[in-house]
Design a protein around this ligand. Sequence first.
Ligand SMILES: [Zn+2]
Ligand SMILES: [Zn+2]
Length: 311
Amino acid sequence: MLLQKKKLKKEQCKSCLNNIRSCEKAFMCEACKHWYHLKCVGVSTKLYEILQTDEGKHFHWFCDDCDSVVMMELCNIAVRCDKIESELMNEQLLNNDQRVTRVEAAMSAKVDEIDRKMAKMDCELNKVKMKVDNQLVTNKNDIGNISTKVTESIQGQEGQWCDVVKRQVDVTLEKVTDNIQEVRNSLSETRAQAAEQWDKESRRNNLILYNVPESTQPRAEDRNKADIDFCIQLFNRTNALHVGVSNEDLIQVFRLGKRGDDIAPTRPLLIQFASYTFKNFILESLSKLKHAEQKYKNVIVAHDMTKTERE
Ligand SMILES: [Zn+2]
Ligand SMILES: [Zn+2]
């Protein structure tokens, strides 16, 4: 700031070396703090008045002695400021560079780490993929094997089951067939027995006479009458069997077999009695025939046996 001209303290003008009076306008050098008369340093009143206004207070004034020094110092300062600024800037740039380098290095390290991790993950992934692939192949093979085994097993069992069922059916059929045959055999046996029994029963009251002379009469009726007469005489005559049999006691009298052209040999004569009692009497009296006439004596009396009995 420019100095006021008026001072209570007495000041000497450094230019003219006179005291500065209160009525005189004066300056103080901002550098050396010496006072100067306005007129001694050649500044107009007009400029002095401008300098006293608000606009003028920003102006600085130095005496001639100080001016060059101040300017030089200012220059030096300016140079030094530039230098410092430059140095600061450089330092800052350097710092920035270093920071950038550090950041870059850190980032690079990070990137490297990430790269390594990713490579590791890739590696792990590949391993897992390979494992999964291998497992898939193994599983596929296993499934194939199991499928084959199951198919074979089913096919084998189908055959086995078929065989088992067939065998079982065959066995059952055989059993059923055997049973049926048994029943058939049993039935036919029973039938045969019944038939035999019936045959036996129907022959129970019969007798067969051999060597009974056969009549030569042309009519069968007459021949049959001759046979009946012969039998009645054989059974009743006192010098024969002497049993006492009437015509009514004889149910049937007939010749067995076909009548041949030749008379001899005679066919057997079958007699069916009304009761078993007569037959029995006759059989019990057969010994009497030993003393009978020749034609009765020759007669052989036999049971009317069934075919089975004859065998
Ligand atoms: Zn002066
Ligand atoms: Zn000065």
